[in-house]
Design a protein around this ligand. Structure first.
Ligand SMILES: C[S@@+](CC[C@H](N)C(=O)[O-])C[C@H]1O[C@@H](n2cnc3c(N)ncnc32)[C@H](O)[C@@H]1O
Length: 382
Protein backbone atom coordinates (compact mmCIF):
# COMPACT_ATOMS: atom_id res chain seq x y z
CA UNK A 1 0.00 0.00 0.00
CA UNK A 2 2.86 2.40 0.89
CA UNK A 3 4.54 1.77 -2.46
CA UNK A 4 1.23 2.43 -4.23
CA UNK A 5 0.75 5.66 -2.30
CA UNK A 6 4.25 6.84 -3.19
CA UNK A 7 3.59 6.06 -6.82
CA UNK A 8 0.30 7.98 -6.79
CA UNK A 9 1.98 10.99 -5.15
CA UNK A 10 4.61 10.90 -7.86
CA UNK A 11 1.98 10.62 -10.62
CA UNK A 12 0.03 13.57 -9.18
CA UNK A 13 3.12 15.72 -8.81
CA UNK A 14 4.02 15.25 -12.47
CA UNK A 15 0.47 15.60 -13.86
CA UNK A 16 -1.07 18.82 -15.14
CA UNK A 17 -4.17 20.24 -13.45
CA UNK A 18 -6.61 18.10 -15.47
CA UNK A 19 -4.53 14.98 -14.77
CA UNK A 20 -4.33 15.75 -11.05
CA UNK A 21 -8.12 16.13 -10.87
CA UNK A 22 -8.56 12.88 -12.76
CA UNK A 23 -6.35 11.03 -10.26
CA UNK A 24 -8.43 12.44 -7.38
CA UNK A 25 -11.65 11.27 -9.09
CA UNK A 26 -10.28 7.78 -9.74
CA UNK A 27 -9.15 7.46 -6.13
CA UNK A 28 -12.57 8.63 -4.94
CA UNK A 29 -14.31 6.05 -7.11
CA UNK A 30 -11.90 3.39 -5.89
CA UNK A 31 -12.69 4.32 -2.28
CA UNK A 32 -16.46 4.22 -3.01
CA UNK A 33 -16.11 0.82 -4.63
CA UNK A 34 -14.74 -0.58 -1.37
CA UNK A 35 -17.63 0.70 0.74
CA UNK A 36 -20.33 -1.45 2.33
CA UNK A 37 -23.85 0.06 2.69
CA UNK A 38 -23.13 1.00 6.31
CA UNK A 39 -20.00 2.89 5.21
CA UNK A 40 -22.01 4.87 2.67
CA UNK A 41 -24.56 5.91 5.29
CA UNK A 42 -21.89 6.88 7.79
CA UNK A 43 -20.08 8.96 5.20
CA UNK A 44 -23.19 10.81 3.98
CA UNK A 45 -25.43 11.15 7.02
CA UNK A 46 -23.11 13.47 8.95
CA UNK A 47 -22.17 15.76 6.08
CA UNK A 48 -23.85 18.75 7.78
CA UNK A 49 -21.57 18.33 10.76
CA UNK A 50 -18.37 18.65 8.75
CA UNK A 51 -18.91 22.23 7.59
CA UNK A 52 -20.25 23.22 11.04
CA UNK A 53 -17.07 21.92 12.66
CA UNK A 54 -14.86 23.55 10.05
CA UNK A 55 -16.59 26.84 10.85
CA UNK A 56 -15.93 26.31 14.55
CA UNK A 57 -12.27 25.59 13.72
CA UNK A 58 -12.11 28.85 11.78
CA UNK A 59 -13.93 30.80 14.52
CA UNK A 60 -11.33 29.57 17.03
CA UNK A 61 -8.43 30.20 14.58
CA UNK A 62 -7.32 26.58 15.00
CA UNK A 63 -6.27 26.21 11.35
CA UNK A 64 -4.28 29.46 11.48
CA UNK A 65 -2.64 28.57 14.80
CA UNK A 66 -1.46 25.25 13.36
CA UNK A 67 -0.50 26.66 9.97
CA UNK A 68 1.57 29.49 11.50
CA UNK A 69 3.88 26.97 13.19
CA UNK A 70 6.43 24.96 11.25
CA UNK A 71 6.23 21.93 13.54
CA UNK A 72 3.97 20.45 16.19
CA UNK A 73 1.66 22.40 18.49
CA UNK A 74 0.57 21.06 21.86
CA UNK A 75 -3.00 20.93 23.10
CA UNK A 76 -2.15 23.28 26.00
CA UNK A 77 -0.91 25.95 23.60
CA UNK A 78 -4.09 25.68 21.50
CA UNK A 79 -6.23 25.93 24.65
CA UNK A 80 -4.27 29.01 25.75
CA UNK A 81 -4.46 30.69 22.34
CA UNK A 82 -8.17 29.99 21.73
CA UNK A 83 -9.33 30.66 25.28
CA UNK A 84 -11.77 27.76 24.89
CA UNK A 85 -12.35 24.90 27.35
CA UNK A 86 -9.64 22.22 27.36
CA UNK A 87 -12.11 19.36 26.93
CA UNK A 88 -13.90 21.14 24.10
CA UNK A 89 -10.68 21.95 22.21
CA UNK A 90 -9.54 18.34 22.56
CA UNK A 91 -12.83 17.06 21.14
CA UNK A 92 -12.80 19.56 18.27
CA UNK A 93 -9.23 18.53 17.40
CA UNK A 94 -10.18 14.84 17.58
CA UNK A 95 -13.00 15.45 15.11
CA UNK A 96 -10.91 17.59 12.73
CA UNK A 97 -8.20 14.97 12.82
CA UNK A 98 -10.67 12.16 12.11
CA UNK A 99 -11.82 14.05 9.00
CA UNK A 100 -8.25 14.46 7.74
CA UNK A 101 -8.23 18.24 8.25
CA UNK A 102 -5.24 18.38 10.60
CA UNK A 103 -2.37 16.02 11.53
CA UNK A 104 -1.44 14.43 14.87
CA UNK A 105 2.00 13.48 16.19
CA UNK A 106 1.40 11.44 19.33
CA UNK A 107 -0.74 12.31 22.32
CA UNK A 108 -1.96 15.94 22.35
CA UNK A 109 0.51 17.02 19.61
CA UNK A 110 -0.94 18.44 16.42
CA UNK A 111 0.32 19.94 13.15
CA UNK A 112 -0.88 21.46 9.91
CA UNK A 113 -1.34 19.59 6.64
CA UNK A 114 -1.89 21.08 3.19
CA UNK A 115 -5.64 20.96 4.01
CA UNK A 116 -5.11 22.85 7.30
CA UNK A 117 -3.08 25.48 5.45
CA UNK A 118 -5.84 25.88 2.84
CA UNK A 119 -8.40 26.39 5.62
CA UNK A 120 -6.15 29.02 7.19
CA UNK A 121 -6.50 31.15 4.04
CA UNK A 122 -8.89 34.12 3.99
CA UNK A 123 -10.61 33.10 0.74
CA UNK A 124 -11.32 29.56 1.93
CA UNK A 125 -12.62 30.86 5.24
CA UNK A 126 -14.89 33.37 3.51
CA UNK A 127 -16.34 30.56 1.37
CA UNK A 128 -16.98 28.40 4.45
CA UNK A 129 -18.77 31.28 6.20
CA UNK A 130 -20.87 32.13 3.13
CA UNK A 131 -21.82 28.50 2.53
CA UNK A 132 -22.59 27.77 6.16
CA UNK A 133 -24.42 31.02 6.99
CA UNK A 134 -26.19 31.77 3.71
CA UNK A 135 -26.41 28.57 1.67
CA UNK A 136 -26.89 26.20 4.63
CA UNK A 137 -30.43 27.39 5.44
CA UNK A 138 -31.34 27.33 1.72
CA UNK A 139 -30.17 23.73 1.29
CA UNK A 140 -32.17 22.79 4.41
CA UNK A 141 -35.29 24.29 2.83
CA UNK A 142 -34.80 22.49 -0.51
CA UNK A 143 -36.47 19.08 0.01
CA UNK A 144 -39.73 20.51 1.37
CA UNK A 145 -39.77 23.25 -1.23
CA UNK A 146 -39.48 20.70 -4.06
CA UNK A 147 -42.12 18.43 -2.52
CA UNK A 148 -44.51 21.37 -2.13
CA UNK A 149 -44.01 22.30 -5.79
CA UNK A 150 -44.45 18.70 -6.94
CA UNK A 151 -40.84 18.53 -8.15
CA UNK A 152 -41.34 20.93 -11.04
CA UNK A 153 -38.52 23.01 -12.56
CA UNK A 154 -37.50 25.97 -10.42
CA UNK A 155 -37.91 28.92 -12.77
CA UNK A 156 -39.17 31.91 -10.79
CA UNK A 157 -36.65 34.22 -9.21
CA UNK A 158 -39.00 35.01 -6.33
CA UNK A 159 -40.11 31.44 -5.74
CA UNK A 160 -37.06 29.44 -4.69
CA UNK A 161 -35.88 27.81 -1.45
CA UNK A 162 -34.01 31.07 -0.80
CA UNK A 163 -37.27 32.94 -0.09
CA UNK A 164 -38.36 30.14 2.27
CA UNK A 165 -35.03 30.05 4.12
CA UNK A 166 -34.75 33.82 4.53
CA UNK A 167 -38.48 34.41 5.00
CA UNK A 168 -38.54 37.14 2.37
CA UNK A 169 -40.45 37.84 -0.86
CA UNK A 170 -37.32 39.48 -2.34
CA UNK A 171 -35.04 37.92 -4.95
CA UNK A 172 -31.50 37.23 -3.74
CA UNK A 173 -29.73 40.40 -4.85
CA UNK A 174 -32.54 42.69 -3.66
CA UNK A 175 -32.44 40.96 -0.29
CA UNK A 176 -28.65 41.25 -0.05
CA UNK A 177 -28.80 44.92 -1.10
CA UNK A 178 -30.89 45.44 2.04
CA UNK A 179 -28.57 43.26 4.16
CA UNK A 180 -25.08 43.94 2.78
CA UNK A 181 -23.45 42.63 5.96
CA UNK A 182 -24.60 39.13 4.94
CA UNK A 183 -22.57 39.38 1.72
CA UNK A 184 -19.24 40.44 3.20
CA UNK A 185 -17.91 36.86 3.15
CA UNK A 186 -19.26 36.20 -0.35
CA UNK A 187 -17.55 39.32 -1.70
CA UNK A 188 -14.30 38.34 -0.05
CA UNK A 189 -14.52 34.85 -1.49
CA UNK A 190 -15.30 36.16 -5.00
CA UNK A 191 -12.22 38.37 -4.77
CA UNK A 192 -9.95 35.58 -3.54
CA UNK A 193 -11.24 32.50 -5.30
CA UNK A 194 -8.89 32.51 -8.25
CA UNK A 195 -5.86 34.12 -6.66
CA UNK A 196 -2.72 32.46 -7.95
CA UNK A 197 -4.72 30.30 -10.36
CA UNK A 198 -5.48 30.57 -14.05
CA UNK A 199 -8.14 33.12 -14.99
CA UNK A 200 -9.57 34.20 -18.33
CA UNK A 201 -6.51 36.46 -18.63
CA UNK A 202 -4.28 33.35 -18.82
CA UNK A 203 -6.00 32.01 -21.95
CA UNK A 204 -7.58 34.94 -23.79
CA UNK A 205 -5.50 35.99 -26.83
CA UNK A 206 -3.67 39.12 -25.67
CA UNK A 207 -3.55 40.57 -29.19
CA UNK A 208 -7.32 41.03 -29.08
CA UNK A 209 -6.80 43.45 -26.19
CA UNK A 210 -3.51 44.98 -27.28
CA UNK A 211 -4.76 45.72 -30.78
CA UNK A 212 -7.87 47.49 -29.50
CA UNK A 213 -8.09 50.84 -31.27
CA UNK A 214 -8.85 52.64 -28.02
CA UNK A 215 -8.11 56.24 -27.25
CA UNK A 216 -7.64 57.34 -23.68
CA UNK A 217 -11.23 58.53 -23.50
CA UNK A 218 -12.80 55.42 -25.08
CA UNK A 219 -13.94 52.55 -22.92
CA UNK A 220 -11.74 49.48 -23.23
CA UNK A 221 -13.10 47.22 -20.52
CA UNK A 222 -16.45 47.48 -18.73
CA UNK A 223 -16.84 44.92 -15.95
CA UNK A 224 -20.59 44.53 -15.46
CA UNK A 225 -21.63 43.05 -12.10
CA UNK A 226 -17.95 43.25 -11.29
CA UNK A 227 -18.53 43.19 -7.54
CA UNK A 228 -15.74 45.05 -5.70
CA UNK A 229 -13.51 45.35 -8.75
CA UNK A 230 -10.95 42.56 -8.42
CA UNK A 231 -11.31 41.67 -12.11
CA UNK A 232 -10.75 45.29 -13.12
CA UNK A 233 -7.64 45.36 -10.92
CA UNK A 234 -6.35 42.15 -12.55
CA UNK A 235 -7.11 43.50 -16.02
CA UNK A 236 -5.25 46.77 -15.28
CA UNK A 237 -2.28 44.83 -13.91
CA UNK A 238 -2.19 42.56 -16.98
CA UNK A 239 -2.57 45.38 -19.54
CA UNK A 240 -1.14 48.52 -17.87
CA UNK A 241 -0.14 50.11 -21.18
CA UNK A 242 -3.32 49.60 -23.21
CA UNK A 243 -5.20 52.86 -23.61
CA UNK A 244 -8.88 53.22 -22.77
CA UNK A 245 -11.14 53.53 -19.76
CA UNK A 246 -11.58 50.60 -17.39
CA UNK A 247 -15.00 50.81 -15.75
CA UNK A 248 -16.39 48.78 -12.87
CA UNK A 249 -20.19 48.56 -12.64
CA UNK A 250 -22.28 47.02 -9.87
CA UNK A 251 -25.03 47.84 -7.40
CA UNK A 252 -24.40 50.46 -4.69
CA UNK A 253 -23.66 47.96 -1.91
CA UNK A 254 -20.76 46.49 -3.90
CA UNK A 255 -19.47 49.82 -5.20
CA UNK A 256 -19.45 51.20 -1.64
CA UNK A 257 -16.95 48.47 -0.73
CA UNK A 258 -15.04 48.57 -4.04
CA UNK A 259 -11.24 48.54 -4.29
CA UNK A 260 -9.72 51.86 -5.24
CA UNK A 261 -7.55 50.77 -8.13
CA UNK A 262 -5.71 53.49 -10.00
CA UNK A 263 -7.21 53.96 -13.45
CA UNK A 264 -10.44 52.10 -12.62
CA UNK A 265 -13.73 54.02 -12.49
CA UNK A 266 -16.06 52.57 -9.85
CA UNK A 267 -19.64 53.26 -10.92
CA UNK A 268 -23.15 52.23 -9.98
CA UNK A 269 -25.03 50.61 -12.84
CA UNK A 270 -27.99 48.25 -12.84
CA UNK A 271 -27.59 45.52 -15.47
CA UNK A 272 -31.35 45.66 -16.11
CA UNK A 273 -31.08 49.22 -17.43
CA UNK A 274 -29.59 50.34 -20.76
CA UNK A 275 -25.79 50.26 -20.79
CA UNK A 276 -24.56 53.85 -20.51
CA UNK A 277 -20.94 53.29 -21.54
CA UNK A 278 -21.16 53.29 -25.33
CA UNK A 279 -18.92 51.54 -27.84
CA UNK A 280 -16.63 49.82 -25.36
CA UNK A 281 -14.24 47.25 -26.79
CA UNK A 282 -15.25 44.70 -24.13
CA UNK A 283 -18.32 44.30 -21.93
CA UNK A 284 -17.14 41.66 -19.50
CA UNK A 285 -19.47 39.62 -17.29
CA UNK A 286 -18.00 36.98 -15.02
CA UNK A 287 -20.38 34.66 -13.16
CA UNK A 288 -23.21 37.12 -13.73
CA UNK A 289 -25.50 35.36 -16.23
CA UNK A 290 -25.30 32.11 -14.25
CA UNK A 291 -27.19 33.99 -11.53
CA UNK A 292 -30.26 34.45 -13.73
CA UNK A 293 -32.87 32.35 -15.54
CA UNK A 294 -32.92 32.64 -19.35
CA UNK A 295 -35.57 35.39 -19.58
CA UNK A 296 -33.54 37.62 -17.23
CA UNK A 297 -30.31 36.88 -19.14
CA UNK A 298 -32.04 37.98 -22.32
CA UNK A 299 -33.01 41.23 -20.60
CA UNK A 300 -29.41 41.83 -19.45
CA UNK A 301 -28.02 41.16 -22.93
CA UNK A 302 -30.66 43.29 -24.66
CA UNK A 303 -29.59 46.17 -22.45
CA UNK A 304 -26.00 45.88 -23.70
CA UNK A 305 -26.56 45.39 -27.43
CA UNK A 306 -27.65 48.98 -28.29
CA UNK A 307 -24.46 50.31 -26.66
CA UNK A 308 -22.20 48.07 -28.78
CA UNK A 309 -20.19 49.54 -31.63
CA UNK A 310 -18.82 47.58 -34.57
CA UNK A 311 -15.70 46.50 -32.64
CA UNK A 312 -17.49 45.87 -29.37
CA UNK A 313 -17.56 42.38 -27.97
CA UNK A 314 -19.21 40.83 -24.95
CA UNK A 315 -16.95 38.59 -22.89
CA UNK A 316 -18.84 35.99 -20.88
CA UNK A 317 -16.66 34.37 -18.26
CA UNK A 318 -18.78 31.39 -17.22
CA UNK A 319 -18.85 27.63 -16.90
CA UNK A 320 -19.42 25.86 -20.19
CA UNK A 321 -20.60 22.41 -19.13
CA UNK A 322 -19.90 19.29 -21.19
CA UNK A 323 -22.91 17.28 -22.37
CA UNK A 324 -21.94 14.25 -20.25
CA UNK A 325 -20.10 13.37 -17.05
CA UNK A 326 -20.18 16.80 -15.44
CA UNK A 327 -17.68 17.09 -12.59
CA UNK A 328 -19.21 17.31 -9.08
CA UNK A 329 -17.68 20.74 -8.49
CA UNK A 330 -19.69 22.12 -11.38
CA UNK A 331 -22.84 20.12 -10.62
CA UNK A 332 -22.96 21.48 -7.07
CA UNK A 333 -22.70 25.07 -8.31
CA UNK A 334 -25.54 24.37 -10.75
CA UNK A 335 -27.83 23.25 -7.90
CA UNK A 336 -26.70 26.21 -5.79
CA UNK A 337 -27.80 28.57 -8.57
CA UNK A 338 -31.15 26.80 -8.82
CA UNK A 339 -31.96 27.01 -5.12
CA UNK A 340 -31.02 30.64 -4.71
CA UNK A 341 -31.87 32.36 -7.98
CA UNK A 342 -33.81 29.85 -10.13
CA UNK A 343 -30.77 29.95 -12.42
CA UNK A 344 -28.37 27.35 -13.79
CA UNK A 345 -25.01 26.49 -15.31
CA UNK A 346 -25.19 25.96 -19.08
CA UNK A 347 -23.71 23.71 -21.75
CA UNK A 348 -22.22 25.20 -24.93
CA UNK A 349 -25.47 24.38 -26.76
CA UNK A 350 -27.52 26.16 -24.11
CA UNK A 351 -25.26 29.22 -24.25
CA UNK A 352 -25.49 29.36 -28.03
CA UNK A 353 -29.28 29.05 -27.97
CA UNK A 354 -29.60 31.77 -25.35
CA UNK A 355 -27.28 34.15 -27.22
CA UNK A 356 -28.91 33.44 -30.57
CA UNK A 357 -32.32 34.32 -29.10
CA UNK A 358 -31.13 37.94 -28.72
CA UNK A 359 -29.13 38.16 -31.96
CA UNK A 360 -25.65 37.32 -30.63
CA UNK A 361 -23.14 34.64 -31.66
CA UNK A 362 -20.12 33.03 -30.05
CA UNK A 363 -16.88 33.83 -31.89
CA UNK A 364 -14.52 31.82 -29.69
CA UNK A 365 -14.33 29.90 -26.42
CA UNK A 366 -11.23 29.50 -24.24
CA UNK A 367 -11.47 27.17 -21.21
CA UNK A 368 -9.13 27.67 -18.27
CA UNK A 369 -10.24 25.24 -15.52
CA UNK A 370 -10.64 21.51 -16.14
CA UNK A 371 -13.07 20.58 -13.34
CA UNK A 372 -15.49 23.49 -13.47
CA UNK A 373 -15.06 24.28 -17.16
CA UNK A 374 -14.63 28.02 -16.53
CA UNK A 375 -14.31 29.57 -19.95
CA UNK A 376 -14.27 32.94 -21.57
CA UNK A 377 -16.66 33.30 -24.52
CA UNK A 378 -16.09 36.05 -27.05
CA UNK A 379 -19.51 37.16 -28.26
CA UNK A 380 -20.47 39.48 -31.11
CA UNK A 381 -23.59 40.83 -32.75
CA UNK A 382 -24.87 38.59 -35.55
C1 LIG B 1 -21.76 36.03 -8.67
S1 LIG B 1 -21.36 37.69 -8.46
C2 LIG B 1 -20.05 37.87 -9.61
C3 LIG B 1 -19.14 39.00 -9.26
C4 LIG B 1 -17.94 39.19 -10.17
N1 LIG B 1 -18.31 39.36 -11.53
C5 LIG B 1 -16.96 38.05 -10.02
O1 LIG B 1 -16.93 37.15 -10.85
O2 LIG B 1 -16.21 38.04 -9.04
C6 LIG B 1 -22.68 38.56 -9.26
C7 LIG B 1 -22.54 40.04 -9.17
O3 LIG B 1 -23.68 40.63 -9.86
C8 LIG B 1 -24.04 41.79 -9.15
N2 LIG B 1 -25.42 42.16 -9.48
C9 LIG B 1 -26.56 41.52 -9.15
N3 LIG B 1 -27.64 42.16 -9.62
C10 LIG B 1 -27.17 43.24 -10.27
C11 LIG B 1 -27.80 44.30 -10.97
N4 LIG B 1 -29.12 44.36 -11.09
N5 LIG B 1 -27.01 45.23 -11.52
C12 LIG B 1 -25.65 45.18 -11.40
N6 LIG B 1 -25.00 44.20 -10.75
C13 LIG B 1 -25.76 43.23 -10.19
C14 LIG B 1 -23.85 41.41 -7.70
O4 LIG B 1 -23.77 42.53 -6.87
C15 LIG B 1 -22.56 40.61 -7.77
O5 LIG B 1 -21.45 41.42 -7.58
Amino acid sequence: MDALTTQIHFLASTADEAGRKQIIEQLRDLSFSLEQPADVVQRLAHRHLEIAMVRVGIDLRIFELLAEKEGEVGLDELVRETGAGRGLVARILRYLLSMGLIAEFGVERFAATNVTKALAGRGAQAMIYHNFNNLGPIFQALPEFLAKHKYQDVTELTNTPFQVAFNTPDPVFVYFSKHPEKLVHFNEYMAARRQGMDTWLSVFPSELVENAKSHKEDALFVDMGGNIGHQCADFKARYPEVKGRVVLQDLPYAIDMALKTEGVENTVHDIFTPQTVKGARFYYLRAVLHDWPDAKCQEILRNIIPAMGEDSRILLDEMVLPETKVHWEAAQVDITMMVSTAACERTRNEWEKLLESVGLVVEGVWTYTPSVYESVMLVKKK
